[in-house]
Design a protein around this ligand. Sequence first.
Ligand code: HEC
Length: 116
Amino acid sequence: MIRAMKISTLAAAACLGLCLSPAALAGDPAAGQEKSATCAACHGADGNSPLPENPKIAGQYADYLEIALREYRSGVRQNPIMAGMAAALTDEDIADLAAWYSSQDGLSVLPRNPVE
Ligand code: HEC
């Protein structure tokens, strides 16, 4: 009985961490595409930046993009341009943008779903 309670408490704690984590927001790529209009000037329409000074973000892992944008927003990553771009983004905007760029062909060279 006590053991069962401990396990369910652990499961609940794990779920609090994972299930309520803002990083677990599922992004909507279509919404992300609409929100990417301001980003396109530097990163290209689909994230394949035409200029070497602006990184390519098409095909990057969504969680990488989310973390990068959160870190520009919080100041953990310091870049004056991206700090300004990320300042007004909500967690939902970030998830949507990450979903959009990660769904584009670009950096990824491996098959997206090798299991299928
Ligand atoms: C004025 C040009 C400009 C605009 C507009 C812009 N970016 Fe950036 N972005 C940059 C530059 C330059 C960097 C590299 C910054 C650095 O060295 O950290 C960058 C870096 C990034 C990175 C990190 C890439 C990596 O590989 O780590 C992401 C993600 C990103 N931008 C997303 C966006 C999104 C989303 C928008 C629109 C909301 C946007 N950017 C708008 C110029 C821009």
